[in-house]
Design a protein around this ligand. Structure first.
Ligand code: DI6
Ligand code: FE
Length: 414
């Protein structure tokens, strides 16, 4: 295993590792008794440790011995609403004390209560509250996070949310990718005028977001209780005209044919998908649109309809998994708990669950060329775990076996 143009001196060498590279033919891309070399934040070599020369070890600028711990690619959380203010524990309590959804809504609850909280929060308050959640994710091996807007629902507050996402990206070593989700819910001031709100999204918000480079992609919520496929087509056309990628919350509560439409626009992903039918899966497979499965809201809302995992496998649709971190339907920052739920509730295998938080999540964000696996040339983002085998990551319910999180070859946690 000789690598052309291998530098003489490595910035860092990571020794005594069991690598779950998530690349190649073996389960988990396993490579036991492995080692990795990093230069300029990238993996420049990995392989069996006994192939490394004594000289390489002696001259490396830093050597980290990992005590035969398992190393996976840094986790990628490809669908979150991590920036929000306050929480909805009170609403959760009301629900469990017997209040109906309508009653809660009448008391200003539901998604609009978070919109009110976000509008009332300063940028710094939003940043501080969100930073706590991002820190928790980093401590559980997450190195890349996508964060959506969607709780501002007017130009000023949507841009405020996206500026907070940008500040998080600057303040934390993790790669934080912003998605504009203006078409998340109808703001109260537009009640009965949803087309007029979509005009605002397409004519004012999307151009403003694109002009400031505040998001890479646009997401929308396609559902009877949110926006119709026709309205979302307008949002997607405007996004494409402004050079932004698209993705969609689709088929969460009904088969609205959102996935077919998303695939037609070459969407990076269609997410949720509990009610996905065969036409949607076929279209996604043909377009290379990734299915992002979200066990958190399924569990938290006590849903019973599962996403059609067998159909997705049969059609060869790439499956990712994500936290959907949000205050209303998935108040979690734990990818490992989602991996457990993805296995227990959706029937994923532990290997599919880990792929869903690594290479397939990277595909859902269009960054699979630089993240998601441990391979030469990729970013040196990885997580080191106190586990005896990779399946243990999905097996546990709670607890955090993350020993260390490494981003660009630097230890950021542990
Ligand atoms: N689907 C969800 O599960 C979240 N948004 C969406 O489109 C819910 C967000 C919330 O209730 O705050
Ligand atoms: Fe979501």
């Amino acid at each position: 295993m000789t690598i052309p143009d291998l530098p003489d001196v490595f910035d860092s060498l990571w020794l005594d590792a069991c690598l779950a590279t998530m690349a190649g033919k073996r389960p988990y891309g396993m490579l036991e008794k492995g080692a990795m070399a990093v230069n300029d934040g990238r993996i420049v070599w990995l392989g069996p440790q006994d192939r490394l020369s004594a000289d390489a070890v002696a001259t490396a600028r830093s050597v980290v011995r990992l005590g035969n711990r398992w190393v996976t690619p840094g986790l990628v959380d490809c669908h979150t609403h991590l920036v929000y203010a306050d929480n909805r524990a009170g609403e959760f309590e009301m629900r469990l004390n017997g209040a109906t959804y309508e009653e809660i809504a009448r008391f200003g609850g539901g998604i609009i209560s978070t919109v009110t909280a976000v509008r009332n929060a300063t940028e710094t308050e939003l940043f501080d509250q969100s930073a706590v959640r991002l820190k928790a994710m980093l401590a559980e091996g997450v190195t890349t996070v996508e964060i959506k807007s969607g709780y501002g629902l007017d130009t000023e507050n949507e841009l405020k949310m996206l500026r907070v996402v940008r500040r998080l990206d600057e303040a934390f070593p993790a790669d934080v990718l912003a998605t504009f989700l203006g078409a998340h819910a109808l703001p109260p001031e537009y009640t009965g005028r949803s087309d007029a709100y979509i005009d605002l999204v397409t004519d004012a918000m999307i151009p403003a977001v694109a002009a400031d480079g505040l998001a890479r992609a646009v997401d929308a919520f396609c559902e009877r209780i949110a926006f119709s496929p026709e309205q979302i087509e307008r949002v997607f056309s405007a996004s494409r005209q402004n050079g932004l990628d698209v993705k969609l919350h689709a088929e969460q509560l009904s088969d609205s044919k959102g996935a077919v439409m998303a695939a037609r626009f070459g969407a990076l992903s269609a997410d949720h998908l509990e009610y996905l039918a065969d036409d949607g899966a076929e279209a996604m497979a043909a377009a290379g649109t990734v299915a992002v499965l979200l066990p958190g809201p399924f569990y938290f809302l006590g849903e019973t309809r599962k996403p059609p995992v067998d159909l997705l496998r049969r059609r060869g649709v790439t499956m990712a998994l994500s936290t959907d971190c949000n205050p209303g339907t998935s108040p979690t920052t734990s990818p490992l708990l989602m991996m457990n739920m993805g296995c227990v509730n959706f029937g994923l295998t532990p290997a599919e669950a880990l792929a869903g938080f690594t290479l397939n999540a990277a595909s859902a964000l269009g960054i699979q060329d630089r993240r998601g696996t441990l391979e030469i040339g990729k970013q040196a983002d990885f997580a080191v775990w106190d586990i005896q085998e990779p399946a243990e990551l999905a097996y546990r319910m709670g607890g955090n076996p993350c020993h260390m999180t490494v981003i660009g070859g630097e230890i950021v946690n542990g």
